[in-house]
Design a protein around this ligand. Sequence first.
Ligand code: BES
Ligand code: ZN
Length: 402
Amino acid sequence: MSLGGMSMSAMLFILMIGSAFGSTFSSPRWITVDKDVAGELIERFGLAQSLTSATDDVTVLEVGKGDLAKISHFMHSEKKRCGGYQGHYSQEEAVEAAHSEDLRALSQVAFDSSFFLSSASRVETLLKEVKESEITDTIVEMTAFHNRHYQAPTGIKSMEWLKKKWENLGKGRADYKVEFFKHARFNQPSVIATIKGSQSPEEVVIIGGHADSIGGGFWGRHKAKAPGADDNASGIATITEAMRVLLASDFKPKKSIMFMAYAAEEVGLLGSKDIAAEFARKKQKVVSVIQYDMVNYKGGDKSIYLATDYSNADLRTFMGKLIETYVKVPWGYMKCGYGCSDHASWTNKGFPAMMATESTFNAMNKAIHSSRDTLSASGGDSKHAVNFAKLALAYLIESAKE
Ligand code: BES
Ligand code: ZN
């Protein structure tokens, strides 16, 4: 049988190629944006059919195919925000996210602010084990993939590689496992490693970062070279180093520890959104969630910056205390001004979450989201990231205790 001169096998071939690059999965048709830019977006992109609803702060908009790329460009060049929107596949989902913003504003889930530091000798001993060369090696390995785009074959391969790497670090430990978290709407899986708590395994202390990368122009991003050395091989490599040190020691946490490598962050925090939704649905007891996104480029005069938006104030105070007690480097605050990374997914579901990053928003590494985001653009070493590896260890040990 043929259609318009095209044979059945040729059509099948095109369909297969299409699905290999993810076109069988539609892109989000709804976005949530801060109310202050919604009006401008409606006017500028003629989003005539747009539905505006939701909370005081957030507006839900319906977008057409191809609009997202233009909106993203507009946010970057005109509004000086990196993305500035969250993508959703249905109106329902978008409205739910907007309502979650209300919950966030009320900050209905408290981080236990009665935290106390009690593990100084364990933390101090393990901080000495952090190796800069290990972080560098992981960044080099991750940037060897052409890209880690959520719709590219290398986006999947890089996650398979990471899962194996994480498994190898905990070989022989009965309290450790590494799993894929599969997503219904796209092929790139997230990866979750768990050290099971010895006393309260149902309570989890989480640290994560996104493992995907993005580059290129508006079209064909799944094909574009995107080493993503700083954004965000640096975050994953740093978390991996904390994991290596912990697993090689005889530290046995009372609470469970989870390391997460999220898929599809660069296209609307999609991976973390699924995971946070699943944890909320299961009523998982989450102690806290730390996000590492871009941790190896020295953009400001301080060494570590804690995000103040989409972030839990008590958790921020706790992290500040850990930096002062153990890492002993200058630190400050930063603000993205929108849900710029996966901590926002957790915050939107009411979990205590926060992001630590390398610089203020304005002084950020300008090479990100391009083929120029290489290790050499971050100075060719991992000195900056070492501070974050130490902070990760202090955070995990002091939160999960032993
Ligand atoms: N790493 C960036 C966000 C970021 C920028 C963190 C500057 C810290 C300082 C992240 O990977 C990113 O690009 N996020 C998207 C979010 C969007 C798709 C919802 C962005 O900002 O465009
Ligand atoms: Zn990032």
